[in-house]
Structures are given as C-alpha cells and as structure tokens.
Ligand binder design. Structure first.
Ligand SMILES: *[C@@H]1O[C@H](CO)[C@@H](O)[C@H](O)[C@H]1NC(C)=O
Ligand SMILES: *[C@@H]1O[C@H](CO)[C@@H](O)[C@H](O)[C@H]1NC(C)=O
Ligand SMILES: *[C@@H]1O[C@H](CO)[C@@H](O)[C@H](O)[C@H]1NC(C)=O
Ligand SMILES: *[C@@H]1O[C@H](CO)[C@@H](O)[C@H](O)[C@H]1NC(C)=O
Ligand SMILES: *[C@@H]1O[C@H](CO)[C@@H](O)[C@H](O)[C@H]1NC(C)=O
Length: 470
C-alpha cells in the first residue's frame, strides 16, 4: 500500500497497473495514524490539495490512480515512522491495494565532499536539480539524461548516462545508500557494511526498503559540446546509416549520441542528440550526421545542465498521453536491425506518438568498471528504447499489444542478424512491466528473491511499484 512516488513516477510506469482501493475507510485510518506518527518536518495531504496532486501525478496518466493520501516525509526518521505505520496496517490485512503515496520531494538535500570526491543526494531530487547544485563545484555524477527524472528510480534500476561510456552506469559509481528497511530500521549500506543489500540495491529497486540517500563518486566536469538536430522523414535513412557507422566505429568514451525516430500520427521524423564531454569534439567525429540536411540544429558549447535542459524535448510527454516503454538489448546496431526498427510502427500507425531511440553505448568500456550488482549487464547489449503513447484508456490494450509486437519483431531481427542474445539481459528501467525477472536479472534472480525474503519477510514492499522479487 506504500508507493514511493519519486522512485516510481518516471520509471517502470507500465508496472503500476491501476488497482482500485476497496477499503478507502481503512486507508483513511492509516493516513490518520501516519499523521499522528510523524514530526512537524512532514505532512499528510488528501485529494484536492495541490501537494496531493503533485504527489500522485505521473509522467503518463495510465500509471496514476487516486490514493487515500499523499505523505511528504521531511526526515529519514519520519520515513521510518510511515513505513512502520504502513507495515502495521499490512498486518491488519490491508494488503495489495494502494492507499498511501509517499512523496519524497522534501528529501532534497545534496552534499558534496571534495576529500572523498563523492556527493550524497536525497532521493527526492531530480537529475536537473542535482546538476544545478553540482555545477559550482565543477564536478558531476553519472546520472540521468532528461529533466524531471527522479534520482532514486534511475540509480536503483541501473542508470545509463551521458557519462556511461567513460564511467559505467550509475550503479557502478555508487558508494553507499541510506536505506529504511521494511521494519523501519535506518541502515547505511556500503560494500563493507552490508554487502548483500549493496549488491541488491544496484539494480534491484525498492525491494529491500526505501532508499532516502545515495552517495555517488563525482568526476570533474567542464563545458560540453552538443545539442539537438532535427531531420525530416525523407532523411531518416541517412541518419540511420550515420548511426550504424558511428556505432561501429566510435571508440571515444567522451562521445555519444541518441537517435530518436518518432512517428506522430504516422508521420516520421528523426531527432538526434550529439554529445561530446569537452568544449570541442575532434574534427570529423560527427561529420556523417552533420552532412545530412537538417530542419533545425542547436549545437553549441555549453554547461552540462544547459545541455540536458536543451535536449530533453523529445523525452517529455507534454500532452500527458497514456503509454509505455519497452526495450531490446542489441549487441550491434546494424542496418537490418535499424531497418526493422523503423518499419514496425505499421502495427500501431494511428498512434499520436511512437518512438524508437537508439543509444550506441560502447560496451567494453562500461564492462571494465562493472562490479557485482543485481543488474549484471556484462554480456553487453546497448538498450534500445521504445515508447508508444496514446490518448485514451480505450486504446490501452491495442497500445500494449502493438509495443509487444514491435519488441518481438526487433528482437527477432537482431537474432536473424546473427547476434547472440542468449546471455543478454534487458535494462530494467526501460523494460515492459510484465517482463520476466530472468530477462532482467538472469542468474541473480534466486539470490534476489532470498534477499527480499530476508529483509521483507512479510512483503510490505511488494505493495510498491516496480519489479518484485517473488
Ligand atoms: C477519507 O478522508 C477524506 C479526507 O478527510 C474524506 O474526504 C473521505 O470522505 C474519507 N473517506 C472515507 C471512506 O471515509
Ligand atoms: C508542485 O510541483 C511543482 C513542480 O515540481 C513545484 O514547483 C510546486 O512547488 C509543487 N507544489 C506543491 C504545493 O507541492
Ligand atoms: C564511418 O565513420 C568513420 C569514422 O568517423 C569515417 O572515417 C568513415 O568515412 C565513415 N564511413 C561512412 C561510409 O560514412
Ligand atoms: C480519444 O481521444 C481523442 C483525442 O483526444 C478524442 O478526440 C476521442 O474522442 C477519444 N475517444 C474516446 C473513445 O474517448
Ligand atoms: C530490522 O531488520 C534488520 C535486518 O533484518 C534486523 O537486523 C533488525 O534487528 C530489525 N529491527 C527490528 C527493530 O526488528
């Protein structure tokens, strides 16, 4: 019945299938119990208040539902009090329906320690807030690529970043978590203090408690070069060819790009983000892309924050469409794979928004930094992101069916291309909600299930959103 909004709002959205509360009176009693248990640093909000709306809103409305109340804890002690209230309620039989949303927005502290070169981030922060707060120190962390994304969900699900080609995923750079266990105990989780939880939290989401702070290594950050380039539909083939060549030839860990192929009501266009982690990219590096006629371009030397804000446009959902993400892991972005990618929207051609995003990460440099984690991605496949969106609930079934067909078609194209997917896991932050755990966590599934049982024997956190180790 507890759902940490900042962890789940922006990530595995499709998981949060609406479950309507049938015992709102009991939930109200829990809300009042929580209100009595917390300090003045925290508040409980009910439907109708602005804070409630903020706490229950999702990036896609198909993931939302009306809860009995939204709680904004201001301290880790109050998080503990709320979880104990919820746990108490669970033992009284209020299981498996959502009643209380925990909005982590007040846990927004950030401290930077230049001696250890780490930053400790409250999980109520979004990545753009993090980058803004780190800018004066001229350092950065391995975090999200889009404004508005909460830090908790991205890190706990892995965390691909513009800095990943050099430093790995977010989970590879975490040195500690502050975790409120399902029994309310607050623990500092590090590789030495609690190696099992440290392993589990790196990709295993909120199965073991609620993370309130994350400590990450920092890296020196100066000005970057990059921006957004738009291509009309007639140039998509050229953009795809440039992408395939870039993917095959790029060895520079400071360079990357994302190519979004977007169909709006069936009309195709492409939008490309180029990134180089230095004020000027090497001559010729992006010349294939730059040689294609574009309809607009915003390349410049700029701060990292300015780059993130300026390139987030196509990752947002301004019309608040319903929708879902899906993913395929691809060892090599090749011509037949790309061709399959942009020929699939026929299965859902009326949709207002069907998008495929190619992210040509360099596998080997990521793997070099990999350490034991729940999300063990050492058989590398770069995550391809699918996002299908539609306006009405009546289209939900068709939308989910279409994205599954596209996912299957692209997976088959990768296999037909001779690429081996047998040991490749899918990126949890992009995966469809009903993806089997084995496809995300491979051989780690039994370990993660027993870890979940050890720390949450009564299954309090099975009532939160996300992939669950049951
Ligand atoms: C729950 O509490 C809210 C806010 O106090 C109130 O509007 C609603 O009627 C209550 N629901 C029930 C079933 O008591
Ligand atoms: C609601 O969220 C917006 C955007 O994050 C924020 O600016 C505003 O202060 C929030 N309002 C309340 C009442 O929490
Ligand atoms: C592919 O990229 C490499 C490296 O940037 C470049 O030298 C080569 O000309 C490109 N090939 C094609 C066919 O564009
Ligand atoms: C679906 O959404 C569109 C666009 O908002 C609207 O015109 C249409 O009437 C809706 N259809 C249904 C069945 O609700
Ligand atoms: C809470 O759980 C942890 C881990 O299982 C355990 O070490 C601790 O004693 C428990 N605390 C309470 C108060 O039950």
């Amino acid at each position: 019945m507890l759902i940490p909004a900042a962890l789940s709002s922006f990530l595995p959205l499709s998981l949060l299938t609406p479950r309507l509360g049938d015992s709102s009176q009991s939930y109200n009693a829990t809300c009042k119990h929580i209100a009595r248990s917390i300090s003045y640093a925290s508040d409980v909000y009910y439907p109708g208040s602005l804070n409630f709306i903020n706490g229950t809103q999702h990036w896609v409305p198909s993931s939302s539902q009306v809860s009995a109340c939204s709680v904004e804890p201001g301290t880790v002690q109050d998080v503990s009090a709320i979880i104990r209230s919820g746990g108490h309620a669970t033992t009284l039989g209020f299981s498996s329906t959502l009643g209380v949303i925990i909005n982590l927005i007040r846990l927004n502290s950030l401290t930077y320690d230049p001696v250890s070169s780490t930053a400790t981030l409250g999980t109520g922060l979004t990545w753009d807030q993090v980058y803004q707060k780190l800018e004066p120190y001229e350092v950065n962390v391995v975090g999200g690529r889009t404004i508005g994304i909460g830090i908790g969900g991205l890190v706990l699900g892995g965390g691909y970043s513009w800095l990943s080609n050099r430093h790995g995923l977010s989970i590879d750079t975490v040195t500690g978590f502050e975790l409120v266990l399902p029994n309310g105990t607050v623990v500092d989780v590090t590789a030495s203090s609690a190696p099992d939880l440290f392993f589990g939290l790196k990709g295993g989401y909120n199965n073991f408690g609620l993370v309130t702070k994350i400590t990450m290594r920092t890296y020196k950050q100066g000005l970057v070069w990059g921006g957004l380039i738009d291509y009309t539909g007639d140039n998509i083939n050229k953009a795809n060819a440039a992408l395939v060549n870039f993917s095959a030839t790029n060895v520079l860990p400071d360079a990357n790009c994302v190519l979004h192929i977007i169909f709006s009501e069936g009309i195709p266009r492409a939008s490309l983000i180029l990134f180089y982690n230095d004020p000027t990219p090497p001559a010729g590096l992006f010349s294939d892309f730059l040689g294609i006629t574009s309809s607009s371009s915003s390349l410049s030397t700029r701060t990292f924050l300015n780059f993130i804000v300026g390139t987030s446009r196509d990752s947002l959902n301004p019309s608040h469409l319903r929708g879902t993400l899906s993913t395929v892991s691809v060892p090599d972005i090749t011509v037949p794979v790309v061709n399959e990618y942009y020929s699939t929207p026929g299965v859902f051609s009326s949709a207002p928004s069907v998008a495929f995003s190619f992210e040509p990460f360099i596998g080997c440099s990521i793997i070099d930094t990999q350490n034991a984690a729940a999300f063990q991605y050492d058989t590398f496949g770069t995550p391809l992101l699918l996002f299908f969106a539609w306006p009405n609930a009546t289209e939900d079934a068709a939308g989910f069916s279409a994205i599954k067909m596209a996912t299957t078609a692209i997976t088959q194209a990768v296999i037909n291309d001779g690429q081996d997917l047998s040991d490749t896991v899918l990126y949890p932050n992009y995966a469809l909600g009903d993806t089997p755990l084995e496809s995300l966590y491979g051989a780690n599934v039994p370990i993660l299930k027993s870890l979940r049982f050890k720390y949450d024997p009564t299954g309090i956190f099975l009532n939160t959103g996300g992939f669950k180790f049951v």
